[in-house]
Write a protein that binds this ligand. Structure first.
Ligand code: BEZ
Ligand code: FE
Length: 287
């Protein structure tokens, strides 16, 4: 009887191949495929960095803490992905748009569904705390034609740099969040308060690790938007305050030149004007 050929034993030079061979016997679903690639890179990293067992234990302890710090209110894994630039890279790869279209950026952890719908011109500041900011804007297609009935959803931090869901006992529910619809001319406007920049949360294992390393966790002042209209690719993006000193060092790599806007003085407050340029859906189907 022929003996089965013994499998090569696991070694520094063939570890990733051995793993890939085992995986080849598994039904190829998206997870195993990305796992095979991840293991190639992980084993290469371990060979290069050569951690001691104690150092590797510290890595596992950190990842364990990240898991423990995550629940339905707080997503520490998303924060890790954001700070590593992984979320921004996934957006870059998946939301390539024709030149001139407004780029996508990450949505971030402070978004809440079910924000209130408001008529054009309403204020989303429910406590009135901060300097008044009038936001005007429009949704257009790539030919400059207005998009009527586009849904403009916005959310932002307050003048101290905190989102309503970070301060449920201090800010009214849904403060500084709202949903508007563009008029026949594709335009919208609303009133709010000027947001402050902020540091991403550093009270969890991810923020603490980056802070200890002396890495800046600052985000420049910004407004978040999600814009959608039938027949067009939805946009998830930010508008950044051009005067913010941290524009160049955004902790999560969201700043792009076309998203930077001047906040101009207007009466007793400020005004900002934004244009969202939407690309038609790739499949041409009106959604
Ligand atoms: C935000 O802008 O809301 C945000 C995005 C990613 C990480 C932390 C905060
Ligand atoms: Fe934000």
């Amino acid at each position: 009887m022929r003996q089965a050929k013994p499998a090569p034993s696991f070694s520094e030079s063939n570890s990733a191949d051995i793993f890939a061979e085992r995986l080849a016997g598994v039904e190829q679903k998206p997870l195993p495929q990305i796992l095979a690639a991840a293991v190639q890179h992980l084993h290469a990293l371990i060979r290069d960095f050569r951690p001691t067992p104690e150092e590797w234990k510290r890595v596992i302890a950190f990842l364990t803490e990240v898991g423990h710090a995550s629940d339905e209110r707080r997503q520490e894994w998303v924060l890790l992905s954001d700070l590593l630039g992984a979320s921004a890279l996934v957006e870059e790869i998946n939301s390539r748009r024709p030149r001139g279209a407004t780029p996508n950026t990450v949505r971030g952890p402070f978004y809440r569904a079910d924000a209130p719908h408001y008529p054009l011109g309403a204020s989303i500041s429910l406590d009135g705390v901060g300097e008044r900011l009038l936001v005007s804007g429009r949704a257009r297609d790539l030919d400059g034609q207005p998009i009527a009935g586009a849904v403009i959803e916005t959310w932002q931090a307050n003048a101290q740099g905190f989102y309503e869901n970070q301060q449920p006992d201090m800010q009214p529910e849904f403060n500084l969040r709202g949903i508007f619809k563009t008029g026949q001319d594709g335009a919208f406007h609303y009133s709010t308060v000027r947001p402050s920049g902020y540091g991403v949360p550093d009270d969890g294992p991810v923020g603490m690790l980056f802070k200890q390393a002396g890495y800046s966790l600052r985000r420049p002042a910004h407004l978040h938007f999600m814009v959608s209209a039938p027949g067009f690719e939805p946009i998830t993006t930010h508008i950044f305050d051009a005067s913010d000193p941290h524009l160049a060092g955004d902790a999560i790599f969201g700043v792009k030149q076309e998203l930077v806007v001047d906040f101009e003085e207007a009466g007793d407050g400020w005004k900002a004007d934004v244009t969202f340029v939407m690309a038609r859906s790739r499949n041409g189907v009106r959604t």
